[in-house]
Design a protein around this ligand. Structure first.
Ligand code: ADP
Ligand code: MG
Length: 811
């Protein structure tokens, strides 16, 4: 017998010698048992609802049966919970259970967990169709279909002690029961039930069929609220359960409450889930390596799934949740790590070792000094580029923190090392703006030598005529594309900037050494990978101004190294943010007018309309009409939305930048990157519809100038949560703080808008649980060191689980 089991044996012996007073462990046996069961791999059949709640006879029975099992060191029998002996079981039930324990069933052939749920007794086609609506198709889905919460019916009351108005559970015998019909014709069941302390009346409205099943002397458990009716206590439509029927699932314990859909009832769901647990759990494979389980202190898988549905107590529920949450995070980590491994180990990168002089000259040419955060990040990037392993780095930084100049420096290093560089932006406007910026920053730089590097890369270097860096723009709207393609392929173009047009088949680079992706979260993993395929293992730098909370970054981009610019260039003023109620609309307009009178410009952002860009465009057009005729007839108003052609948008932006438009009415297309330093005020309509991170992005658009700038948030009738968010916008400028809050308030799905973010559904894990996430990460890294391909036999089940996850996330 191993140590923990020996300890358990000793404690049970002690408990026995003390007459089952629950004194063997300070604080009672329950906590000890919970810990034992969650930390030690042999799950234990725990007393239900708890040891404390059992009377002495029941305790004796449980202790003896557990001791029996411990001492004979039998392999555990997990399924039926034998020896969990709830006292209320009838003799026949007890007998059935005994036959189970005395002759442990021979190992059954593994039942496929991937079969359809119609395999489970009690689920017909119609019910399966309803389950399908909840995403439950296979038996595995059903086992992982966790309750939303539990109701605590675990404490048993005696009838004499029943209190009015609170949830209670009794175990009683039926004295009499009959069907009743009310004056209005409603049929119900009425019964009198009793225990050793008294009797109580029970009414089930609308359930006349129950009367027949409640024959006298039937033992039942009832859970629910007791009400006063003509001065008498009455149970009204309580949950009920026949005690002969097996384990308690509706009463007398922590009872699961499942999400439902039309035509699917709670009692049914409990029943079939229980059925599936009993039949299939013994066949579920533990996929966590033992070492991991031991170090993290996790409950076994089958026990965890059982406890997640039918916990033996709060502590069990927590332990189960922890185990299952760990699984989710651990599997995600393994899948991102395997992605990183596939990328880094399969590929030989190009070492970009440009002469330091290029960078020095570039930095000297800037009208400002880099902030120390920019310098640090640039060093990290340079270090990566010099390696012959391809870089995979996420560059995070607030709006306006100066990521572009860092990216430009990296691209220059690529060009000066004899390679091409590409920058992909999510929208045409943004691509155009990047193009202008990069031209301004690098357009007059001369790369005069093809640097002399180590021999390995020499033969592949493209023939480059010494001279100015050639920067070009490629978007869907570009003209003379063929010619452009040709110049890209020949290597004449040094730096190509564009939208996803860059990842089209026709675009072939001569020698692509660095890929920069802006606003990374807008592109899926797929698109990232495609751009990367354009070169033979180019380095990759992804930039994001959406401050991604660390926990989420580790989960989503665990395959990337992270650099952070956590400092703004000096001289930026805080943008003043005010939340306006509908009554303050006019004063908001007056404020905009005043800023225009001072020679500045303004954005007015229309509310987010989820349905379609078309409807959004129409709404923006209507708002534009209204503002230009009714509100600001004397000012120059412009319109920008996502349905306009590129040339139209370009035209508008050109006018706006040239100061020929006072107020630009726009949809959320301004979210990313558009710079017009003269804009000092932004008014956002329907502000409550946008996420905090998105509002912060908007706000960044007027944060460029050295003038004091303002953000006005208009909101018609924000919910409680909406109000909380808007208040936060007023109070904080920390993008990370806002992102964390967004994540907390709206969840990761909302945070990124779509599933394209590559984040699988999390049922148990909370991304706010940093501790568990980091444990999962360090265990995953450890495992990767031991067996990166997960090919050892003991990791087979784990490797399958990772494969299942990767298939679900559709990488
Ligand atoms: P973002 O990180 O949002 O992409 P940008 O790179 O567009 O920010 O930079 C915002 C503005 O700040 C640009 O006009 C840029 O020229 C300027 N800038 C960048 N770095 C510095 C710096 N170290 N000092 C002063 N201004 C800077
Ligand atoms: Mg930017």
């Amino acid at each position: 017998m191993d140590k923990p089991t020996e300890q358990l044996r000793k404690i049970l012996k002690l408990e026995q010698s003390r007459g089952y007073e629950d004194t063997a462990v300070i604080g009672g046996l329950d906590r000890f048992l919970a810990r034992f069961s969650s930390e030690y791999r042999e799950p234990l059949s725990l007393p239900i609802p708890s040891y404390k709640a059992l009377d002495k006879n029941q305790r004796e029975k449980w202790v003896k049966s557990t001791l029996g099992r411990v001492e004979s060191s039998e392999p555990r029998v997990e399924s039926q919970g034998d020896g969990r002996g709830t006292p209320e079981r009838t003799v026949s039930r007890a007998k059935r259970l005994q036959t189970h324990t005395t002759a442990p069933p021979p190992p059954k052939p593994a039942l496929p967990l991937d079969s359809r749920i119609t395999e489970v007794a009690g689920i017909n086609q119609r019910m399966a169709a309803r389950f399908a609506k909840l995403g439950v198709i296979t038996v595995r889905d059903l086992l992982y279909f966790f309750p939303r919460h539990h109701i605590d019916y675990s404490r048993r009351s005696r009838i004499a002690d029943l209190e009015v108005g609170i949830e209670q559970t009794i175990v009683a015998e039926v004295w009499q029961a009959s069907e009743k019909r009310s004056l209005r014709g409603m049929r119900s069941t009425e019964a009198i039930v009793g225990d050793e302390t008294g009797t109580v009346r029970v009414i089930w409205f609308n359930q006349p069929y129950l009367a027949k099943r409640l024959s006298p002397t039937t033992r039942i458990a009832l859970s629910g609220k007791v009400e006063l009716f003509r001065d008498q206590k009455v149970f009204q439509s309580p949950e009920y359960e026949f005690l002969e029927s097996g384990d308690l699932i509706h009463t007398g314990r922590l009872v699961p409450v499942y999400p439902l859909t039309q035509g699917l009832y709670l009692r049914q769901v409990r029943q079939v889930v229980k059925e599936a647990l009993d039949l299939y759990l013994p066949h579920i494979e533990e996929f966590l390596p033992e070492g991991v389980r031991a170090r993290v202190g996790l409950m076994g898988l089958s026990e965890a799934i059982r406890q997640a549905h039918y916990p033996a107590g709060e502590s069990f529920k927590d332990a189960a949740r922890r185990r299952l949450a760990f699984d989710e995070l651990f599997l995600i980590q393994l899948s991102v790590l395997s992605r990183k491994r596939d990328w880094r180990e399969a590929e030989q990168g190009i070492s970009l070792n440009a002469e330091p002089e290029y960078l020095a000259r570039f930095l000297a040419s800037l009208p400002f000094e880099l902030t120390s955060a920019q310098r640090r990040v640039l060093d990290e990037i340079r270090g990566d580029l010099a390696q012959d392993k391809p870089m995979s780095r996420l560059l995070q930084g607030e709006v306006g923190s100066g990521k572009t100049v860092v990216a430009a420096a990296a691209m220059l290093l690529a060009v000066a090392s004899g390679c091409q560089a590409a920058l992909m932006a999510p929208t045409e406007i943004l691509a155009e703006q990047h193009f202008e910026n990069i031209c301004r920053l690098l357009g007059s730089t001369v790369v005069w030598v093809v640097p002399d590097l180590d021999g390995a890369n020499l033969g592949q270097r493209r023939p480059r005529v010494p001279g100015l860096v050639v920067v070009e723009l490629l978007t869907g709207g570009s003209r003379a594309k063929q010619e452009l393609h040709q110049r890209i392929a020949s290597g004449e173009i040094d730096i190509l900037i564009g939208t996803h047009a860059l990842i089209q088949k026709k675009v072939e680079f001569h020698r692509l050494g660095l890929v920069v992706v802006d606003e990374q979260h807008r592109f899926g993993v797929m698109q990232r990978a495609e751009l990367r395929q354009k070169g033979t293992s180019p380095h990759m730098l992804v930039m994001s101004a959406t401050p991604i909370p660390r926990t989420l970054a580790l989960t989503l981009y665990g395959d990337l190294d992270i650099s952070l610019i956590d400092e703004l260039p000096p001289g930026r003023r805080e943008i003043k943010t005010r939340w306006l109620s509908p009554r303050q609309r006019q004063s908001g307009y007056a404020f905009v007018r005043k800023q225009v009178a001072l020679g500045h410009q303004a954005f007015i952002i229309c509310p987010l309309i989820e349905e379609s860009e078309n409807i959004e465009a129409r709404a923006a057009t209507a708002e534009y009409e209204r503002l230009s005729h009714k509100v600001f007839p004397d000012l120059r108003i412009g319109l920008l939305h996502g349905r306009m052609s590129t040339s139209q948008k370009e035209e508008v932006m050109r006018h706006f930048r040239a100061g020929e438009i006072d107020i630009l009415v726009s949809t959320s297309v301004v979210e990313v990157g558009i710079d017009v330093p003269n804009v000092t005020v932004m008014l956002v309509e329907g502000a409550e519809r946008f996420g905090l991170a998105q509002l912060h992005q908007f706000r960044g658009r007027v944060w460029r100038s050295s003038y004091q700038s303002y953000c006005l948030l208009l909101s018609e009738s924000p919910s409680e949560e909406g109000r909380e968010r808007l208040k936060l916008m007023e109070e904080t400028h920390n993008g990370f703080r806002l992102a964390e809050e967004d994540l907390r308030l709206r969840g990761p799905g909302e945070f990124f808008g779509t599933r394209q973010s590559g984040l699988p559904d999390l049922k148990m894990a909370q991304l706010s649980d940093v501790g568990l996430l980091e444990l999962a990460r360090s265990e995953a890294i450890w495992l990767f060191e031991v067996d990166a391909q997960l090919e050892r036999p003991e990791h087979k089940a784990l490797s399958c689980a990772v494969a299942r996850l990767r298939a679900n996330v559709n990488e």
